[in-house]
Design a protein around this ligand. Structure first.
Ligand SMILES: [Zn+2]
Length: 443
């Protein structure tokens, strides 16, 4: 595989950073799992795209997977948990989420924690936050550190942090200064906005931003819409494309550029859907898996607004909202093209920023929409696990079920390979080998 030297250097530094950030000194580490246990008799979808294993065992010790397979040895004294009839897959990873849905006045740590708990309750065990207001970043970084493998927090989604997205910077020096500032804050990734508008950073400016981020060992992700901007960003070494290319078909040169540097592509189809779907009342408002979080959560007020006929009328008449329908259709076609070409597709939703994009629930809708766009259920599941782990640069520890990986697991009552909507048939969610208690269910 051809890689640019800068990218290669970033990868080497990046692996070091993953360990530095994710490893915890033994004195601080708490054993996240109580002893050794074995989940037996399940169908296991390991997240790599390999055929599912039937009647398989997963052995977990101290929060990590020790062994997996039909013939995995269960250590003497290990607790056996019968999972016959269940499907076990890696916990879902959202490579493009946000933590802005809770707009209450309570302290940042409480707001952020509640949202990470919401994600986890839906089986989303890691969220990469691609844009967090600067005021919230210190608490976000603390929560990130606590959620590292070996850390104490196992009752909410693990989190990776980008600070506020950078946009409209005017000079290369300004761009390098911001990259340094963010790297000093120990963010995981730097996010930028290239909208296609007249105030956008020029390629020279975003090139300096990407270059300086890489010099500091930090990856980069871009919000974009247009193919022209994708080409420019790829030319400058962007690491993650955070939304679909939606203005025209992706061409062979762009596909080659994405593949040459193993750039991850996050479609966020639900973001586009959410811009127009509230012209009416969406069918999922009646889905019990959705509505169980209405009481006492930030879902309640948002739902009331989305059901308001006046608001629905406004969206019907909104040209910008309506024009997204066509963009979404192009985005779907490009997703199919890129997936067929072997590009790494990563699950991302943009939940937690705009209204009507539901943290936890929309990740499941996104998987369904990927399949509606032509991906197979297996391809969608890989995007939601290994693919998203790559987009968050945590694939060494998370995103697949294999010996040595963290035991972040989603146990399902039905097989998502026969119907992708079965990811919603959640039996249990496990983070670092601990089963999450179900919270906030109807009342
Ligand atoms: Zn976003």
């Amino acid at each position: 595989m051809i890689r640019r030297s800068t990218r290669f250097a970033t990868i080497l530094v990046g692996i070091g950073l993953v360990w530095a950030r994710f490893a915890c000194p033994p004195s601080q580490a708490q054993a996240p799992g109580a002893g050794t246990f074995a989940l037996t008799g399940a169908r296991v979808i390991d997240g790599t795209g390999a055929a599912p294993m039937e009647g398989a065992t997963i052995v977990v010790s101290d929060g990590r997977i020790q062994a997996v397979g039909r013939n995995a040895t269960i250590p003497a004294g290990a607790t056996r948990i019968d999972m016959a009839g269940k499907t076990i897959m890696p916990g879902l990873i959202n490579a493009h989420g946000h933590l802005g849905a809770d707009t209450s006045k309570r302290p940042a740590r409480e707001r952020l924690t509640a949202q990470l708990r919401m994600y986890a309750d839906y089986g989303i065990t890691t969220v990469q936050v691609l844009g967090l207001p600067l005021d919230d970043v210190p608490d976000g970084i603390k929560l990130r550190d606590e959620s590292r493998p070996g850390g104490a927090a196992t009752d909410r989604a693990r989190v990776l942090i980008a600070a506020a997205s950078l946009r409209n910077l005017k000079t290369e020096q300004e761009a390098r200064d911001w990259a340094n500032k963010y790297a000093d804050m120990k963010v995981d990734i730097i996010k930028m906005h290239i909208t296609g508008g007249p105030m956008d950073m020029t390629p020279a400016v975003y090139g300096a931003l990407i270059d300086q981020a890489h010099k500091r060992g930090t990856r980069t992700a871009a919000h974009l819409f247009y193919l022209r901007d994708a080409k420019g960003l790829l030319e400058k070494g962007i690491d993650v494309i955070a939304h679909s290319i939606r203005d025209q078909p992706v061409d062979q040169a762009t596909i080659a550029a994405i593949k040459a540097r193993d750039v991850e592509y996050i479609p966020t189809l639900t973001r586009d859907i959410a811009t127009f779907i509230y012209e009416g009342t969406p069918p999922y408002f009646n889905d019990p898996f959705f509505s169980r979080h209405i009481p006492g959560s930030y879902y309640r007020d948002e739902m009331a607004k989305m059901k308001d006929p006046a608001n629905q009328e406004k969206i019907k008449k909104d040209q910008a909202a309506q024009s997204i329908k066509q963009a979404l259709a192009q985005g779907r076609k490009n997703l199919k093209t890129l997936s067929d070409a072997g590009v790494t597709i990563a699950l991302g939703t943009d939940t937690g920023t705009n209204e009507g994009q539901w943290q936890g629930y929309f990740e499941h809708i996104e998987l369904e929409e990927m399949v509606k766009s032509g991906m197979t259920p297996m391809q969608a599941l890989v995007a939601g696990t290994m693919g998203a782990a790559k987009a968050a640069n945590i694939q060494q520890q998370l995103g697949t079920i294999a010996a040595g990986k963290q035991a972040d697991l989603l146990v399902l009552n039905a097989n998502p390979l026969t119907d992708i909507k079965n990811t919603r048939q959640i039996h249990s969610v496990w983070i670092a080998g601990r089963r999450l208690a179900t919270v906030n269910a109807t009342n």
